[in-house]
Write a protein that binds this ligand. Structure first.
Ligand code: MTE
Ligand code: MO
Length: 304
């Protein structure tokens, strides 16, 4: 079977996770060929869905795991990798609450059991105008939502990060209104691109990348992709997110990657891939044009 579940690919110390991952991809390509493109959830499928698009070069594992925004562990890019080493991600409880027929509190392992892991290469584009290309592993959020059986009152999904100042030292200071929270409109949350990620490069998420489970919304600025989630709440009203509270003129609820709408303090037209020098044009919706229909008729300058 080409799709592997969980973290059963254990790289030996001699080879980097990147090599393991690339070897596996080569194997998949050679062994499966076109057939793999028909199996949903394989990387081949994910690439085949986007013919004509320039093949993205993966950002090295080293860069993805040392250049992070995770303010609970510090505001410098190298802080999270240094300060999250002892962060405890087991046991980990995820609570589903709000307007659902099946609320509950789950241990991470039980929570993940019913779902099929998928590997997907997504670009992550930060509002600070840098980007990365990351091979994520995770479960489609829409599956989790379907299982929770939201009622008609559930118009938005809110996500909340762990609050634990003993482990997350920066939560002792009023940098953001802790705990970090984010939100999606129900149709955004149900979109097949939206992923709850538990790994990258075929292994469990490193702490600095949001272990044990984080959101990935590839057509939105990186800050929407909330890390270390403990709560998924189904609500009627649009949540006020941590970044909206911090700077309502700078960070809106939608936060779609949009080269035509500047951040008040800088342009969003161009971006720099981490590890590369050349700047490149930023693509509308980060290049994921299939989401455009979610926003038809909306003024994206107003709903930024
Ligand atoms: N809880 C929490 N989630 C967070 C953040 C944060 O500070 N705290 N930063 C966000 C921002 S601004 C970005 S760009 C991405 C970065 O994800 P990465 O470190 O995996 O690249 O995480 C997002 N999720
Ligand atoms: Mo970001």
């Amino acid at each position: 079977m080409l799709i592997r579940r969980g973290s059963d690919i254990i790289p030996s110390s001699e080879i980097t996770p990147e090599q393991v991952y690339l070897n596996r991809r080569q194997f998949m390509g050679a062994a499966a060929g076109v057939a793999a493109a028909l199996v949903p959830g394989t990387l081949a499928a994910c690439e085949a869905e986007r013919p004509g698009q320039q093949q993205d070069e993966l950002t090295p594992y080293e860069d993805i795991t040392t250049y992070n925004n995770f303010y609970e562990f510090g505001t410098d890019k190298d802080d999270p990798a240094r300060n999250s080493k002892n962060f405890r991600t087991r046991p980990w409880t995820i609570t589903i609450e709000g307007h659902v027929k099946k609320p509950g509190a789950y241990q991470l392992e039980d929570f993940l059991k019913p779902y099929k892991m998928e590997d997907r290469i997504y670009r992550l584009r930060c509002v600070e105008a840098w980007s990365m290309v990351i091979p994520w592993r995770g479960i489609p959020l829409r599956d989790v939502i379907a299982r929770a059986e939201p009622t008609a009152s559930a118009k938005y999904v809110e996500f909340v990060t762990l609050l634990d100042p003993k482990q997350m030292p920066e939560q002792r200071y009023p940098i953001l209104d802790w705990p970090y929270n984010e939100g999606l409109r129900m149709d955004e949350a149900m979109h097949p691109l939206t992923l709850l990620a538990t790994g990258l490069y075929g292994r469990d998420l490193p702490n600095q990348n949001g272990a044990p489970i984080r959101l990935v919304v590839p057509w939105k600025y990186g800050f929407k992709s909330i890390k270390s989630i403990v709560k998924i709440r189904f609500v009627e009203k649009q949540p006020v997110t941590a970044w909206m509270k911090a700077g309502p003129d700078e960070y809106g609820f939608y936060s779609n990657v949009n080269p035509n709408v500047s951040h008040p303090r800088w342009s969003q037209r161009r971006e720099r891939r981490i590890g590369k020098f050349r700047r490149r044009d930023t693509m509308m919706f980060n290049g994921y044009m299939e989401v455009a229909s979610l926003y038809s008729g909306m003024d994206l300058k107003k709903y930024f």
